[in-house]
Write a protein that binds this ligand. Sequence first.
Ligand code: ADP
Ligand code: MG
Length: 326
Amino acid sequence: MAKKTQEPLKVGIIVGREWSFPPAFINEVNSRDQGVVAEYVRLGGTAMEEPIPYRVIVDRISHEVPYYRTYLKHAALQGVKVVNDPFMWTADDKFFGAGLATKLGVASPRTLVLPNKEYVPGIVPTESLRNLIFPLDWQYVAQYVGMPCILKDAHGGGWRDVYVIHSIDELIWRYDQCGQLTMIVQEFIEWENYARCMVLGQEEVHVMKYDPKQRKYYDEHDFSPALYQRIYADALTLCKAFGYDMNTVEFAVREGIPYAIDFMNPAPDMDVNSLGHMHFQWMVKHMADMVIRLAKSDAGTRDRYQWAQMLPKPEGKTARKRAKSE
Ligand SMILES: Nc1ncnc2c1ncn2[C@@H]1O[C@H](COP(=O)(O)OP(=O)(O)O)[C@@H](O)[C@H]1O
Ligand SMILES: [Mg+2]
């Protein structure tokens, strides 16, 4: 009797300029013989009812290519599990993150958000910004965060627009050059140790010792068991709260307490040259494990959203079951 062959489940990856992770990841998935195949997504204009041939899509670059983000929301609507959730990524910012971390019991530097310095053309300050209090109370800002402090883009990434500030004058001078960015001011954590964690599938945490001054990862870490456990647990808490399946979380350790510095990295560094061979191998192997698990599961990006519950029910299925089973 002829054996029935099943169509493989497809995993797509959307990439930017990076060269080391994508091919290694695709090879790893395809070498597993698990009924799951990975490939680069190809796309160019998308119709609104277009089916998506992927069960899972790994997104490495939609923050720089807006059409990809829009496509990924469409893919989520069609039932695809998108890594990472494009809706949350769009809504995320570092001020909300710091506030949420604090409410969840994760240590966070004291943080304050500032109104923008400049606006899009057409905004007339005396007419359009009547809700804003001018001038800014810089004394209060400086008192709240202390000096030195950090000034950084609430939506930033890749170390762009991150400044260490030593005085109110310097703070005002820098702020004046920040244009249309929404900036946060943050207590500077004078750290004795630093960790960077890769968190995958909201369940696995790879804790790495990292030196941000040299931008260097170490193969070994020297965290005490108690510190390691707290870093591990806090990294997991943050990624579960945000619903990110592929994210790095940075902690600056001061007097034994890990402060969450940056946990909005939904397209985290996966480059072999910065990570080093050992961590890179971990990423490739565990990313492959995760997407194979997700491809075979009934997980969907839309499980988290109200609109998914409102989709018309097919015969004999509730909208929720349908959303989960597609
Ligand atoms: N509050 C802080 N205290 C001490 N160092 C900080 C603080 N915020 C940022 N840094 C340093 O600046 C680097 C870049 O800031 P980060 O928030 O990670 O921005 P990006 O998202 O651009 O990577 C961090 O890796 C850390 O070394
Ligand atoms: Mg960072």
